[in-house]
Design a protein around this ligand. Sequence first.
Ligand SMILES: [Zn+2]
Length: 213
Amino acid sequence: MFYELTDLLTCPRCGPAHGLVLLVQEVDDRRVQRGWLGCPDCRTDYPVTDGVADLRLHPQTGPQARPPHQDEELALQIVALSGLAEERGYLLLDERLAHTAHAVAELAPALEVISVSPAAEGSRGERGVSRVLSELRFPLVEYRLPAVAIAPGGDRELVAAAARRIAPGGRLLLFDAGDEDLEEVEASGLVILAAERRTAVAERELESVAGLG
Ligand SMILES: [Zn+2]
């Protein structure tokens, strides 16, 4: 997990207004390999193990690591549509797109990819990818990310939660998006820039979140 990601993570119990404090036990080139993320509010300590932050409220034990399978074409699309190919910044992937995290990070080396899913995808935190285990979508501060990519497939709650993470000027990328998902995009205050088949790109306009800064 990228060291500075701590600034964006929030307590899944206490909500998006409650940030976490990092206690590092092992760090390697600004990536936390081992440590704890503590909530000053509810005093829960969440472990960072093998570079992966585990914010799950009910961690599963036993086998969970599926072998990572790459999807180069999808990763290319994510990078291209994000507009961040040459940029520094964060790109958040939901559970259904987490398997592309490594490929996305390879294509856009200046980006830090955050993947949030309830089960481990791949075994370790790797360069350019911060993996966060969480049932919650998403244990992250609101209105701060330049890009979020999701595959909602009719899950309007997911669309709304993702939209709330997008910074002014940032983009929401949708794969496997239905009409109801696009309705939710607009209800969330984003503007749809392009939609073709079940893929869409939306943007939060720069002046749309008054008072945030
Ligand atoms: Zn808490």
